[in-house]
Design a protein around this ligand. Structure first.
Ligand code: URA
Length: 464
């Protein structure tokens, strides 16, 4: 019996080649990994003495993946397959009755399922690096050693963020240009739940689709082991309980009326034409026209306001009145250019009350009106696919995240969402115009500018 020890694809390949060269049959090879210390010996054949063995490239690539699997038998399974390939059983990988080929297929499937779990369930939390810059950290406990396989996905998804993904045995970090791999860390090294979690929970609640809630399926796809480490873990049971009531709300005639009008192609021109006839809520009856969003159809940044005001209603364009003029001035001060931004509103009609003086007094849209318009907003987001969304004021932010969102508490905190990898909310410029006194106005303006500067810095990172 010859002992061989491997811990990854390269070490397995070297050992397997040596065993094969020495004509050691699989029954005579005792494979162990780094955890099975009793396997001290290694075959004595040096790699340069090994004869070349031709195997299909697809086998090598599958073997490389299978070495990431946690099955302690993986190296033995691969060696048996290699032996069969080298001894003339060329079709072994396609043989449905071969137990090793079946085991290899199962391992590859399990790896790809866990890869999918990590894409879906890794949650980054914001932390401060020692130099004060923002650093996002996530902790995940994968069953298999797939960190190297999944890290490039997060580098593509969050190219402008600096992040570290910790697992118990290894870590991956992205500094905006390069991926680095390092040692692992225990779960205590993960940052504690923070306010970003509160914001995340609020949007999780909003995107949780009660109509598709299926507790059995949920437990199969998201086992308690994974749920425990996720911020929404504690929320899931409550959301599932409330699901029937929320299905009723979702089926409200208003929300489905606008959704039915939205053209399937989500092309901005056809969305704009279709929205012109929307009467999913009563506001449209009284407004002059639908005020649809405008800006570059592939803008990286989308700004979402509340609803058009008096001047916007007459002009048919968003943010051209007093709030729009203030916004444009402050955007410029923060280094942002309005013509490069797609600007729209959560509600597309002006809601007002006519005063005896004939002046039209702006009225805040109620929740059902915001919900009625949401299908248009989401279709715009889907069409523009912005990298960044900045919401102005509570109505816009709540349209995405639900009624728990509070501007005072949650503004200025970028988070990743299903709508854009970078999403943030700040004050509405008209809140600055309405501030109770000069000191309050100045303070709000400073905070608003801070948020616009954060937005500008992020945009600059994306464009350079
Ligand atoms: N306020 C908004 O929220 N949107 C506009 O378009 C104008 C004012």
């Amino acid at each position: 019996m010859i002992a061989a020890r491997a811990f990854d694809f390269d070490s397995w390949r070297m050992q397997a080649r040596a065993l094969l060269n020495a004509e050691v049959s699989p029954e005579d090879a005792l494979w162990g990994d780094e955890q099975t210390a009793l396997f001290g010996g290694t075959p004595s054949t040096q790699p340069e003495q090994a004869r070349a063995v031709r195997v299909p490239a697809s086998f090598l690539s599958k073997a490389e993946q299978a070495c990431q699997h946690a099955d302690p038998e993986r190296f033995a399974v691969l060696y048996r397959l290699l032996w069969k390939l080298a001894h003339g059983v060329g079709h072994v990988l396609e043989d449905p009755l071969d137990p090793d080929a079946a085991r290899l297929t199962a391992m590859l499937r399990e790896l790809s399922e866990e890869e999918h779990d990590m894409h879906a369930f890794v949650r980054f939390r914001a932390t401060r690096a020692p130099d004060g810059s923002e650093h996002w950290v996530a902790w995940f406990n994968p069953v298999h050693s797939i960190l190297k396989r999944v890290a490039p996905f997060f580098a593509r998804r969050y190219p402008a963020m600096h992040w570290t993904l910790l697992t118990p045995t290894a870590s991956a970090s992205w500094d905006g240009t390069t991926l680095h791999f390092g040692p692992g860390a225990p779960s205590e090294a993960a940052p504690r739940p923070d306010q970003v979690d509160a914001l995340f929970l609020s949007y999780y609640e909003n995107i949780f689709n009660p109509a598709r809630s299926n507790p059995k399926l949920l437990h199969r796809q998201l086992p308690p082991r994974l749920l425990r480490d996720m911020p929404e873990g504690g929320e899931v049971a409550r959301l599932a309980k409330d699901a029937p009531k929320r299905v009723q709300d979702m089926n409200s005639p208003r929300a489905s009326a606008s959704a039915a009008l939205v053209p399937n192609d989500h092309e901005l021109g056809s969305l704009r034409s279709a929205a012109a006839h929307c009467r999913a809520c009563p506001i449209g009856e009284h407004a002059t026209q639908t005020v649809f969003g405008e800006g570059p159809p592939n803008a990286r940044l989308m700004i979402v306001g509340e609803q058009p005001g008096d001047e916007e209603d007459l002009a048919g364009k968003p943010f051209v009145g007093p709030a729009g003029r203030l916004l444009e001035k402050l955007l410029e001060r923060a280094g942002l250019t309005r013509s490069e931004i797609y600007v729209t509103n959560a509600v597309k009609h002006f809601k007002f009350e006519r005063l005896p003086t004939k002046r039209r007094l702006h009225m805040r849209p109620v929740r059902s009106e915001v919900e009625a318009c949401r299908a248009w907003l989401l279709a715009e987001v889907d069409s523009v696919k912005p990298d960044m969304i900045l919401c102005l004021g509570a109505t816009a932010a709540q349209s995405f995240c639900g009624p728990q969102f509070r501007v005072q508490r949650d503004r200025g905190k970028p988070t990743t969402t299903p709508w854009a990898p970078w999403w943030m909310a700040t004050y509405h410029p008209s809140a600055l115009l309405r501030a109770s006194d000069e000191a309050a106005r100045k303070q709000m303006e400073r905070q608003f500018l801070d948020d616009l500067e954060t937005t500008h810095e992020q945009l600059a990172k994306l464009t350079h």
